[in-house]
Design a protein around this ligand. Structure first.
Ligand code: ADP
Ligand code: MG
Length: 312
């Protein structure tokens, strides 16, 4: 598969602050890469370097076959940037905004008409195109910002937290648009601190913290890192005859805890383990009122790797 982005040993400092501390990764054509990390992780710095807005202190960056230092103009032609802060004009219509940004790419007039229409349709603003963004909700402005960035059909789309502080409907719309863009052949890097967004759209996830990539892979691969466990909680009706030992002896069980009538069992993920737990409970004369189970999530992975919650 074709490599669209290749980054090696990238570093960026702001004075003494090392914002990006030697990261390397590649992106292949047609993939959505979710860049996940808490505030200050270095996501925007990385993305601004890919966008040719910032120059790196060290390392190599190649985008659609062009070296960032030698051919930044060729790169600019091939990328679409959705910045963290809105970059649209409030006083001209939505359509004029998209036309302005797409027009920077020296497109023919007929092509331009078609591309502007397509971009507005993608983000669901076709019917509001004659209105000015100053009358739009935050979510609509974000969607317009995306239309402006992608109308020229860039090969690589770079999005920096495009859904911060917007309504759920606009968020879903944006996530759907991103999937559509991928179907049309774009390669997309998407930074966020919302776990559920990368879970919903990313083909591959890269977790960044304090300037380094601490984990990378598909959601399933990342969950394996944290051990892919299930935690069962039983609310027992009676526990006086329960021998905890018998539960912890079941193969695959990693932890058992009984407090009052609440039994917590941590285990490897497997259906037969749940059967064995329940059989043991019944053997011990225990019945239960309620059982819940929780699987290892990306949040668990993140906590395990960094000791931090994403939204601290
Ligand atoms: P993120 O986008 O993941 O929140 P950033 O790339 O914006 O992270 O920031 C990474 C680190 O660099 C943070 O500690 C931030 O405070 C610092 N930083 C970012 N931009 C600047 C700047 N212009 N000057 C000084 N420090 C900066
Ligand atoms: Mg940022």
């Amino acid at each position: 598969m074709k490599t669209i982005v290749s980054i090696r040993n990238l570093e960026k400092h702001y004075g003494p602050k090392r914002a990006v501390a030697g990261i390397s990764f590649t992106m292949t054509e047609g993939e959505i890469l979710g860049l996940l990390g808490p505030n200050g992780a270095g996501k925007s710095t990385t993305i601004n370097i890919l966008s040719t807005i910032l120059s790196p202190d060290k390392g190599e960056v190649e985008i659609v076959g062009h070296d960032l230092r030698k051919e930044p103009l060729a790169i600019k032609q091939n990328i679409g940037i959705v910045p963290q802060d809105l970059a649209i004009f409030e006083e001209i219509t939505a359509e004029q905004n998209v036309r302005f940004f797409a027009g920077l790419y020296k497109l023919k007039r007929d092509d331009l008409d078609e591309l502007v229409k397509e971009a507005l349709e993608l983000v669901g603003l076709e019917d509001r195109k004659k209105e000015k963004p100053k009358t739009f909700s935050g979510g609509m402005k974000r969607r317009l910002n995306i239309a402006c960035a992608i109308a020229h059909r860039p090969k690589l789309i770079i999005m920096d937290e495009p859904t911060v502080g917007i309504d759920p409907q606009s968020r879903n719309h944006i996530l759907e648009s991103i999937k559509t863009l991928r179907e049309k052949g774009a390669t997309i890097i998407y930074s966020t601190h919302y776990m559920e967004e990368v879970e919903a759209i990313a083909d591959r996830i890269m977790i960044m913290n304090e300037g380094v990539i601490i984990a990378e892979g598909t959601k399933e691969e990342l969950i394996q890192i944290a051990g892919n466990e299930t935690i069962y909680r039983f609310e027992l009706n009676n526990s006086q005859n329960l021998d905890e030992q018998r539960i912890s002896q079941i193969p695959g069980i990693t932890n058992v805890h009984l407090a009052e009538n609440q039994l917590t069992v941590q285990s490897e993920k497997s259906k037969s383990i749940l059967h064995a737990i329940i059989a043991t409970l019944f053997d011990n004369g225990c019945t239960f009122e309620k059982m819940t189970s929780k699987e290892t999530s990306l949040e668990t992975v993140f906590l395990e790797l960094t000791g931090k919650r994403l939204r601290d």
